[in-house]
Ligand binder design. Sequence first.
Ligand code: SAH
Ligand code: SF4
Ligand code: F3S
Length: 481
Amino acid sequence: MTKEWNLEQYDTYTEAPAEEPERQFYYMAKCRKYVKELAEKLGHAPTCCVTTFGCQMNARDSEKLVGILEIIGYEIIEDENADFVIYNTCTVRDNANQRVYGRLGVLNGFKRRNPNMKIALCGCMMQEASVIEKIKTSYRFVDLIFGTHNIYKFAELLFTTFVSDGMVIDIWKDTDKIVEDLPVERKYPFKSGINIMFGCNNFCSYCIVPYVRGRERSRDPKDIIREVERLVADGVVEIMLLGQNVNSYGKNLENPITFAQLLQEVEKIEGLQRIRFMTSHPKDLSDELIEVMKHSKKICRHLHLPLQSGSTRILKEMNRRYTKEQYVELADRIRREIPDIAITTDIIVGFPGETPEDVEETIDVIRTVKYDNAFTFIYSKRTGTPAAAMKNQVPEDVVKEGFDKVLKVVQDTAREQVSRYQGMVMDALVEEVNEHDSSLLTGRLSNNTLVHFPGEKALIGQIVNVSLDECHGFYYIGHMV
Ligand code: SAH
Ligand code: SF4
Ligand code: F3S
């Protein structure tokens, strides 16, 4: 954000204000002094690297961390051999945790060579008691640990770390608090995620998110609109409204409002061109939402609708609260009303008790619904969830067989689905220079498919017309028209 933050006034306070967000600005002022002294000692601005694991919500949280680190005087770099490194962790599947432990070893090596280095850990993984115990015993070199509920206190925790010797740990079990108006530094100048709600109340039996992100809390629509307006004034053309289950947005507010109503309010904001959202739980997707999407000029033609399993029996065990038939009927209704929509999904293979017949049911749904893309995951046992205690865990080799089968069908149907746009001209928001070929730009279509085409870097952030010439599975090669 280009907004200038004036911390001078907080310098003169002797005691920390009790109110938020003032209290955090006070600590930012204090941290800034500390970082300035460190810069004098080092002869350059200290460097800092924020590494994000997990979902869009974590990515947005990291932007909040970066916003504060920039204000207090750190130079943000991509290299983890830095003066300050923070890992914003994910624990949705065990491989996410293993990656963090593996990389911590590397960080320790950097720290041995740089005595000024500080290491912090935050995010979902830190909400698990067993993780904290493990870090306390085996990773003593970590300086700061905090969780998902007190991330707004980052400046205060950072200051405590600067003035303490040992490991600083602050984890809250839950919170009902939402602190507004803290600084954020966006990764992309032209697009942004926006939290509309926090936490989750669904307790799908395999999922750890409700335990590490706490109970569902919706932000006040006025705060959301104000944030979008500010972002648009700052050059944002595309936003993504974020929540674990956006379809239940607003139900617990003092003045309840539906997600569809919120979308209609956001649509009115002038200058905003594209609206996306993540994630929709099928059980709460309303006809009102379909209607609003159908008539909207700004809501993108993309719906991420996690299936998880196509077997009604497994869905019941998963506590998803819909049947195979209900899901297929919903997808069908959406396609009837909005024919140009792309539907994508998440699938889990290997949930306890899943048989090859259940996997066939999942494959049947994939063939019927025809996803443009699907993320397929191997079931991961998460301690503390009901599914982890189920007796009938599926052997690894059986899971692998089912997984490969599902993946193959997903890839075949997605290729077929994505290729239906061949030869069409569509709007693409230019996001970046192509990673592999710098003569190409990468743009995102309304339906979330990527297209690569020749063009000038100056077009980044603009919406251009692109002809979709060659389909390569999940993406296109095209040219501007
Ligand atoms: N709130 C979103 C999903 C958040 S987690 C929703 O309900 O759709 C993202 C995805 O991770 C889930 O959709 C699910 O497919 C997958 N996932 C969650 N827990 C998992 C586990 N224990 N093992 C494997 N995949 C899991
Ligand atoms: Fe997890 Fe289910 Fe909540 Fe999604 S809706 S975050 S899968 S518990
Ligand atoms: Fe992972 Fe937490 Fe998101 S567990 S998927 S980072 S909500």
